[in-house]
Design a binder for this molecule. Structure first.
Ligand SMILES: C[S@@+](CC[C@H](N)C(=O)[O-])C[C@H]1O[C@@H](n2cnc3c(N)ncnc32)[C@H](O)[C@@H]1O
Length: 204
């Protein structure tokens, strides 16, 4: 779950390298907490953190290379309200975040796993959506944007009994992340947005 502490970059205080560093965040007293799942190159995370300096931003990403790259950028932008966690989002939500602790969560272009036999790897299953619901503060929102209509439709089917009211629409590019730019180059100009509002608390 935590980054290998032998890596010297773990000395970068932006990276949550172990449970002790996690406890030091004092989540309960941290105020408004936003979580980005699979932040990749971190453009959106950095932008939001600069826009809302009084909020704490926790980025979760399973690729160590992205963690070290983004940690350097966080330091060079002098942002002290971002922490990065190398983990699968499912494990981080299960083991680290208590119920009702997150005010906003988002995932831009989550891996769509387009092959049918790989759909079991898709993150936003009913089970994960119930966990996400549990960790969100009541009335708060989670935003998912995907380039894949198939993944969007699959997520919509996962949503019953997850305690969310859903708003879905197609949207133009607006996040300027690496993957959004990649799709734009391939002339995709419409993406699928799912906005989830927590209307009922789910025990998970
Ligand atoms: C398609 S990329 C999108 C990256 C970025 N959000 C963007 O818009 O450029 C998906 C990212 O999610 C990360 N990821 C996939 N599954 C994950 C999981 N279960 N937990 C955390 N990160 C995950 C991948 O490592 C990858 O960086």
């Amino acid at each position: 779950m935590f980054m290998d502490t032998r890596t010297s970059l773990c000395e970068n205080p932006v990276i949550i390298a172990d449970r002790e560093a996690w406890e030091e965040i004092h989540l309960k007293d941290a105020g408004t907490i936003e979580v980005e799942i699979g932040f990749g190159s971190g453009e959106y995370l950095l932008r939001r953190a600069s826009q809302y300096p009084d909020r704490l931003f926790i980025g979760i990403e399973k690729k160590p290379g992205m963690i070290t790259e983004v940690a350097k950028r966080v330091a060079s932008h002098n942002l002290n309200n971002i922490r990065l966690l190398e983990s699968c989002a499912r494990d981080a939500f299960t083991d680290l975040f208590p119920a009702c602790s997150i005010s906003r969560a988002y995932s831009l272009f989550p891996d769509p796993w387009p092959k049918r036999k790989h759909s079991k790897y898709r993150l936003f299953s009913t089970q994960y959506l119930r966990l996400l619901n549990n960790r969100l503060v009541s009335g708060c929102e989670a935003l998912i944007v995907t380039d894949s209509e198939d993944y969007c439709n699959w997520m919509l089917k996962q949503l019953p009994d997850t305690g969310f009211e859903v708003e879905n629409s197609t949207i133009p590019p607006q996040f300027d992340t690496r993957f959004e730019r990649k799709w734009l180059k391939q002339e995709f100009s419409t993406f699928f947005r799912i906005l989830l509002k927590k209307t009922q608390h789910i025990e998970a």
